[in-house]
Design a protein around this ligand. Structure first.
Ligand SMILES: [Zn+2]
Length: 392
């Protein structure tokens, strides 16, 4: 009888242990899956090189302290046979604003520079591509159908990954202005210009970009962003006073050629850290910033899905638009990424052309091959995306 009870106890103990081991194994597998998924987010899409690319480099070449860090990123150079002006196009200063990232990628893959030099940085804040915004349930990536298959693009976060820059201060003191901002803005690349070589990772990235603008003698910087649909600063070119002639000529041409609203926003003179203010003040370049409307931002929206990012359709925004609450035209057709990328490319193309016209020679930079507004709208983004490893 005693032996029988002991056996029962032993069996119960063993089955309890087996259960615990199973639960522990399950948890380890779950953690491993989550860890590998999280680490995998650090590897985002490689940009295939178009035939116009004459060389590639790294941002750390302008500030060696960045080398090997999560802030280092690829720089693409498209140089013409004739010397001339240099233009820099930035995408991914905010990696949750995909039209700028895709437009910059299409520039690398399609542009042909005849005179001068075009420099493109598609993933300006590389660290912020390595995770999605916590608590927002955003997809890790989105996919574009192309003529040869599908191309995946990472959908990152607005701010530098806290794993790479931690902790946030209670109050972020912008360098060198001393302007105070909320603590997490210390990881916002578009609040960090002109940068600080002794600051956090985000300020170092901004510093490296500023150094690039100085060392390359860049005359024009075009920073491509997206904005909330309920934000009045959308469908616009944000322009500092020095770039007003350039931006207003481009804006008038763009309104008439695209039949779309484009408006000018002045770059605030006493609000520091943004590319258009920081780079214009710290260098000889004219720095402007373009905003398209992104339906995956702002909060009246439904779930943030890959479909919403690419197709831009949301019933709540349609309702908000019918009540006059949005600052962009919005119909049941939505605001597809294709349309937003078409705008970014049309804007970049026009700004470069007007910049050249305003130069002394009138042809200081000549860039061809940028997919036109009409062609992107007609054939789609995918038509212009190169197949990885099969460069033109
Ligand atoms: Zn932005």
């Amino acid at each position: 009888m005693i032996r029988h009870t002991e056996e029962k106890k032993t069996k119960a103990l063993l089955s309890g242990r087996a259960g615990s081991i199973l639960v522990a194994a399950g948890l380890i597998a779950l953690f491993a899956y989550a860890a590998f998924t999280f680490l995998g987010m650090r590897n985002f899409e490689a940009v295939p090189l178009g035939s116009g690319v004459t060389r590639t480099g790294l941002l750390s070449e302008y500030f060696p302290a960045l080398k090997g860090s999560a802030g280092d990123t690829e720089v693409f150079y498209l140089e013409g046979s004739e010397p001339g002006e240099t233009v820099l196009c930035l995408g991914g200063v905010h990696p949750n604003e995909p039209s700028g990232v895709v437009a910059a990628t299409l520039l690398v893959e399609n542009a042909q520079v005849k005179t001068g030099k075009l420099i493109v940085v598609p993933h300006s804040n590389a660290s912020a591509f390595s995770y999605s915004t916590p608590g927002e349930a955003t997809p890790m990536s989105f996919t574009i159908k192309t003529d040869w298959g599908e191309q995946e693009f990472r959908y990152g976060s607005r701010l530098t990954n806290p794993i790479h820059q931690f902790p946030d201060p209670d109050v972020y003191v912008h360098y060198p202005s001393g302007q105070l901002m909320s603590g997490n803005e210390t990881r916002n690349l578009d609040r960090s210009f002109p940068g600080n070589p002794k600051g956090g990772l985000t300020e170092k990235v901004a510093y490296a970009i500023t150094e690039m603008v100085k060392k390359e003698g860049i005359g024009l910087v075009i920073d491509m962003h997206e904005a909330r649909l309920m934000n009045p600063i959308v469908n616009c070119i944000i322009t500092p006073e020095r770039a007003l002639t350039l931006s207003s000529l481009a804006q008038m041409d763009l309104e008439s050629s695209t039949k779309e609203p484009w408006h000018l926003e002045p770059s605030p003179t006493k609000m520091f850290g943004m590319t258009h203010r920081g780079l214009t003040d710290a260098t000889d370049a004219l720095a402007v910033l373009m905003e398209t409307g992104n339906p995956a931002m702002d909060y009246p929206r439904g779930p943030t899905t890959e479909k919403l990012i690419v197709e831009g359709k949301d019933e709540f925004y349609a309702l908000a638009a019918s009540r006059g609450l949005l600052y962009v035209p919005y119909s049941e057709k939505g605001l597809p990424l294709q349309h937003r990328v078409a705008r970014q490319l049309a804007g970049a193309d026009k700004l470069i052309r007007v910049f050249a016209e305003l130069s002394e020679t009138g042809d200081s930079i000549v860039v061809e091959g940028i997919p036109s507004y009409e062609d992107v709208e007609t054939y789609g983004i995918g038509h212009f995306i190169l197949k990885p490893q099969q460069e033109r």
